[in-house]
Design a protein around this ligand. Structure first.
Ligand SMILES: [Zn+2]
Length: 60
């Protein structure tokens, strides 16, 4: 399984997640603070076709 890097906009934490590619379109919860305000950072090998998904979720 590929490893994806995420960056949390709330607490500025970078974390890595083992994910199936089918699941990468969902926002992921930050393991540190629990927010879904995270941004996927593709690993070098997966840098093709980067799609920017801005998730504006104003949930508490
Ligand atoms: Zn966080």
């Amino acid at each position: 399984m590929p490893i994806f890097e995420y960056h949390c906009n709330a607490c500025k934490t970078n974390f890595e997640v083992l994910q199936r590619t089918n699941d990468t379109k969902k926002p992921l919860k930050c393991p540190n603070c629990g927010t879904q305000d995270t941004k996927k950072r593709f690993s070098a090998f997966a840098a093709l076709g980067t799609e920017k998904e801005t998730v504006k979720d104003s949930a508490t």
